[in-house]
Design a protein around this ligand. Structure first.
Ligand code: ADP
Length: 527
């Protein structure tokens, strides 16, 4: 088997940023240098061309014809070797008929190598191609035929040619006109040595400066990246220091309104939520242990008494009954805790079936009737409008029984408990109203919290574990509903549950539901 090559550790984000910046910077420098070089080249070339055109124009102004002969007057002083002894500097026409392209001579008459960089590059040709005048430097050039033929058609010609020495020369070839007729061709050249030299120097300068600028750019971007990430490093260090035990700590929030501030605020919010969850969990564990210990302590003390003395059989039966009650209490508490623990982990899957809430309320009231009668409380079903919802029947029965049981528990004998089911727009509304002891306004925000009891001393004797409303709240929320309470001490309480109606379902036969759920409700214990 081939061994996997060890993966290189990824460079830090600062190095990565620096590399990206440098790469982009290098690309920009390259583009800048390219554009600068080509622009400079075009600018210099245009300068040479316009100089050549001007010079050609000036020289052409001094050339004319006289008696069929071309007469050259050196008005620019650019024409070395012109025979100034003849009148008006006149040159006799050579009748050799040689085309300039065939003239490969590149030496002066004295045999010295011509240099296109020294002296003017001027040549005057007759219409037959005979040379009327040629400057010594021009002898080093060979021009293509078009350089002669095109001006004969009254068209200027311009090109870059290479001299024998390898030096590039820009040449312009213009027609010589008299009365609109071409009587000769003037060729003027300019060595591109200066231009080439300027471009070379520029290239060297760019090649020297570009790496220095790039290096400075890389150093600058690394410094900037380091500076930009300093607050994040600070955040990381603080976040790493925060352990489960000290979740009250927070990371420093910078004053600047930027992404780092958002990150710090988000981290602090997250730590806050964790802190809250940890505190809740700790309190839940402490409360649960306390609640579990109470029945165990009661059982221990009862059995201790029984073991110390020899009792009569009737007393043992009494003790066993007490133990049974405490064990039942313990069992209910454990099943409540289990429901909440599963709900927290989102492990409880609820059924989605059609449930007639009004019939369910009727069933629950019927099953609780004996308890109400036993406590001397009137339990009435006031209004039941048909309301079909989608939900988990068993869980909804648990909620209803819990609410009615609470109402009966916290209402004194002679009081009353009433149930209503109404339809309000798209919601089914269930109300459990009692004329009991009520809940103080300071307790109302907490009664849905786990293990919360408004009156611990009383609730422990008559009530349950303080988990009933927490479970009811969770079930209602899981059904996309809400539960609220209105209460006044000494006047009574009203618990209102709102649940979404099943979307456009035909209301079912009341009897079908009644038969289904009456037995369920009766058989269903509170937990
Ligand atoms: P418990 O098992 O103690 O009844 P619950 O979660 O069902 O726990 O209720 C929490 C607390 O809310 C109770 O201890 C009680 O103080 C208060 N409470 C609930 N229902 C009523 C009610 N109908 N009237 C007055 N107080 C109530």
């Amino acid at each position: 088997m081939r061994k996997k090559a060890p993966r290189l550790p990824s460079p830090g984000i600062r190095v990565q940023l620096t590399l990206w910046y440098t790469a982009i910077f290098a690309l920009l420098i390259l583009i800048f240098c390219g554009v600068f070089y080509t622009t400079l080249q075009a600018f210099l070339a245009a300068g040479v061309d316009s100089t050549l055109q001007l010079r050609a124009q000036q020289i052409a102004d001094g050339i004319s014809t006289s008696g069929g002969k071309i007469v050259i007057q050196d008005i620019t002083g650019d024409l070395p070797g012109l025979d100034t002894t003849s009148p008006l500097g006149q040159q006799s026409t050579r009748q050799n008929g040689n085309n300039q392209t065939n003239d490969t001579k590149n030496t002066t008459q004295s045999g010295v190598q011509s240099d296109v960089n020294i002296g003017a590059l001027v040549c005057v040709l007759g219409v037959q191609g005979q040379k009327v005048y040629i400057s010594p430097a021009f002898r080093a050039l060979t021009l293509p035929t078009a350089g002669f033929t095109q001006p004969l058609h009254n068209l200027s010609w311009q090109a870059t040619v290479t001299a024998y020495s390898g030096q590039e020369v820009r040449v312009i070839s213009v027609p010589l006109l008299e009365n609109g007729k071409v009587f000769g061709v003037l060729q003027v050249g300019e060595s591109l040595a200066q231009l080439t030299h300027t471009l070379q120097s520029t290239t060297i300068a760019l090649l020297t400066i570009a790496p220095i600028v790039l290096l400075l750019g890389a150093i600058g971007s690394y410094w900037l990246a380091k500076r930009a990430f300093r607050p994040i490093l600070h955040l990381t260090r603080t976040a790493r220091e925060i352990k489960a035990g000290d979740l009250h700590r927070r990371v420093h929030v910078p004053r600047s309104r930027d992404e780092v501030r958002d990150l710090a605020l988000t981290l602090n919010e997250m730590i806050g939520r964790l802190d809250q969850a940890f505190t809740q969990q700790r309190r839940f564990v402490a409360d649960a242990s306390h609640e579990l210990r109470t029945p165990v302590t009661v059982i221990r003390s009862i059995t201790d008494v029984a073991l110390e003395d020899i009792l009569r059989p009737a007393e043992y039966v009494e003790i066993l009954r007490d133990i049974n009650t405490e064990a039942e209490r313990l069992g209910l508490l454990i099943s409540d805790l289990l429901v909440l623990a599963r709900a927290d982990e989102e492990q409880v899957s609820l059924d989605s079936e059609q449930v007639r809430l009004d019939l369910l309320a009727f069933d629950v009231a019927a099953s609780m009737e004996p308890l109400a009668v036993g406590r001397g409380i009137e339990l009435a079903v006031r209004m039941l409008e048909p309301a079909t919802i989608i939900g988990d029947t068993a869980r909804l029965i648990q909620v209803l029984m819990g609410l009615v049981e609470n109402a009966l528990t916290y209402t004194n004998a002679g009081g009353s408990v009433a149930l209503d089911v109404k339809v309000q727009d798209t919601m089914a509304c269930l109300m459990v109203q009692d004329t009991g002891i009520g809940i103080a306004s300071k307790d109302i925000p907490f009664i849905f919290d786990r293990f919360y009891r408004a009156d611990p001393a009383r609730s422990r004797v008559v009530g349950g574990s303080g988990l009933g409303l927490s479970i009811a709240h969770w079930v209602i929320q899981a059904h996309q509903g809400s539960i609220v309470v209105e209460s006044q001490v000494g006047q009574g309480s009203t618990f209102t549950v709102m649940l979404p109606l099943a979307p456009s379902l035909p209301q079912m036969d009341a009897n079908t539901f009644k038969n289904t759920h009456l037995t369920t409700a009766k058989a269903q214990p509170r937990h």
